[in-house]
Ligand binder design. Structure first.
Ligand code: HEC
Ligand code: HEC
Length: 226
């Protein structure tokens, strides 16, 4: 009898252990960054999450190996071209893995996590249109009218509103729905860290494009700052 009870306890413990292990595996955050992630974090906003591009303006990168060599792609990433900015903040290892991904090769895990992730996301995805603070030079993609520098956006909008702007995009700002929740949090923390460092005198939401109902709701919240 006693032996049976012991066996039963061992059985229960191993079953629980098994489920705990499964739960841990599925809930633990992503701890390996591959070339595919480097693509998503730096290139997908313009070239599409599936690399098929948008219109003629943002070319498709599918089968890029048929038209460009790895060296040419590397050069394009380093120097930028036309409306594509250069990416000096992507490390050489990350570029190798990114290019392997683009060339449909096995893309290696480059690292377990990215340092200064929020700032890196800003540099690759936002800085071509938004300055961080009013003291920075004018962004590449801005000619006549410029959307507000992001310093102080965390005062002008609630976190939910900023997440919503990222989800849907506004005016000609694209959607960044391909960022994970963790990545949005990191980006939010970076924008928050800009508070007080050269905030614009007035926000610009709605100045450039007529807003739909959703955007109007967000905009109501910032009227008090105008
Ligand atoms: C801000 C938008 C933007 C981002 C972000 C961006 N690109 Fe581009 N990319 C462009 C545009 C626009 C072109 C066309 C440039 C031209 O020829 O004038 C282009 C062209 C290219 C080309 C050449 C395609 C061809 O057929 O000639 C490659 C390769 C490329 N991008 C790779 C990348 C990679 C890799 C990343 C991420 C590290 C990236 N791009 C991020 C806008 C972007
Ligand atoms: C292609 C250009 C472009 C890119 C890239 C872009 N935005 Fe925007 N953003 C805009 C435009 C345009 C507006 C609306 C401005 C207006 O209505 O006057 C805007 C508005 C905003 C606002 C409200 C600003 C305010 O205070 O009025 C926030 C916050 C914002 N963007 C965050 C971001 C973040 C974060 C990123 C990067 C993940 C980003 N944007 C990338 C063009 C861009």
């Amino acid at each position: 009898m006693r032996q049976k009870k012991g066996l039963f306890i061992v059985f229960v413990l191993s079953v629980t252990g098994f489920f705990l292990l499964v739960a841990f595996e599925s809930f633990s955050p992503v701890d390996s960054i591959t070339g595919k992630d480097i693509y998503r974090l730096n290139c997908a906003a313009c070239h599409g999450t599936d690399r098929s591009g948008y219109s003629d303006f943002y070319p498709s990168l599918i089968n890029i190996q048929e038209s460009l060599s790895k060296e040419e792609v590397l050069k394009q990433i380093n120097n930028g071209k036309g409306q594509m900015p250069p990416f000096p903040h992507i490390t050489p290892e990350e570029k190798n893995s990114l290019i392997a991904f683009l060339f449909e090769e096995k893309n290696e895990i480059v690292e377990s996590s990215i340092e200064n992730l929020g700032e890196r996301i800003f540099l690759s995805n936002c800085s071509s249109c938004h300055r961080a603070t009013v003291n920075d030079p004018k962004p590449l993609n801005v000619r006549m009218m410029e959307p507000a520098p992001l310093a102080g956006a965390t005062k002008r909008f609630t976190k939910e509103e900023i997440f919503k702007i990222l989800e849907t995009g506004v005016c000609y700002m694209p959607s960044f729905s391909h960022f994970t929740l963790d990545e949005r949090e990191e980006l939010y923390s970076f924008i928050k860290s800009l508070e007080g460092k050269g905030e614009p005198k007035r926000p610009t939401m709605g100045e450039m494009c007529p807003m739909d109902e959703n955007e109007k709701k967000v905009n109501k919240n910032i009227q008090k700052f105008l």
